[in-house]
Design a protein around this ligand. Structure first.
Ligand code: B16
Ligand code: MG
Length: 217
């Protein structure tokens, strides 16, 4: 029985993975980089500079650090333009219902997203008020390091082994599994999420009353 929930954002709560992908694709085209079929899967959950390395591939060495920072911020400007059109209808299936259920049962909720745009996305989706704490990705080593999930648990003041965390990316599941006994729920296609303790196709398949002890008795 668990006492708190920790969520990844892109690909778990919000249908933004496709927007990240679109922005990277635009940059890749401008750089005339080839676009492999599995690029989307490989980019999931990676922080911005690590994602850029995936896009640059073997041409990475041809760019200076300064040029890479400029390329990453160019991608970010494309992404920020895309997220301006987000609204509550871009919540993924079951996300709004699960957050509302947890909130009603007074089970604390944290965010553990690698995205520096997370606050803007939460606001656009109108779900900011559900979160007791938002772990700061700038203060944590990137996933698959467990840091951001541990920071989220600490922010909630709940032991990691009493937290369930939700992830759509292999790197994120690895981060949860390294977080001192935290339980991982993989959201999405089984293949990339095999290391999770539980796997659901979407959050609408997750049955919260089987996992959480309500703070209200
Ligand atoms: P930003 P998550 C991750 O968010 C995304 O999955 C990943 O595609 C993105 O590159 C990363 O955030 C950084 O985002 O460029 O906005 O800082 O899945 O950890 O919620
Ligand atoms: Mg994600």
């Amino acid at each position: 029985i668990y006492r708190a929930a920790i969520f990844d954002l892109d690909g778990v709560l919000a249908d933004t993975a496709r927007l990240h992908l679109k922005a990277w694709h635009q940059l890749a085209q401008e750089l005339k980089r080839p676009w492999a079929e599995d690029t989307g899967e490989r980019l999931k959950g990676l922080e911005r500079m690590a994602s850029l390395e995936v896009i640059l591939g073997e041409e990475s060495d041809r760019f200076s650090e300064k040029e890479k920072i400029d390329l990453a911020s160019r991608k970010n400007s494309y992404y920020q333009k895309l997220i301006r059109s987000l609204s509550p209808k871009d919540l993924l299936p079951g996300a709004g219902e699960l957050l509302a259920w947890l909130n009603e049962k007074q089970i604390p909720i944290a965010l553990a997203s690698a995205s520096k745009n997370a606050q803007a996305v939460l606001q656009a989706l109108e779900i900011s008020h559900y979160f007791s704490t938002i772990a700061d990705p700038e203060q944590s080593a990137p996933k698959p390091c467990p840091d951001i999930f541990l920071a989220a648990a600490q922010g909630l003041q709940v032991e990691p082994e009493l937290c369930v965390a939700f992830e759509d990316a292999a790197a994120g599941v690895a981060a949860i599994k390294a977080a001192k006994g935290m339980t991982a729920v993989g959201v999405g296609s089984e293949n990339s999420l095999r290391k999770a303790d539980f796997i659901v196709g979407s959050l609408s398949e997750f049955v919260p009353k089987d996992f959480f002890l309500s703070a209200i008795h």
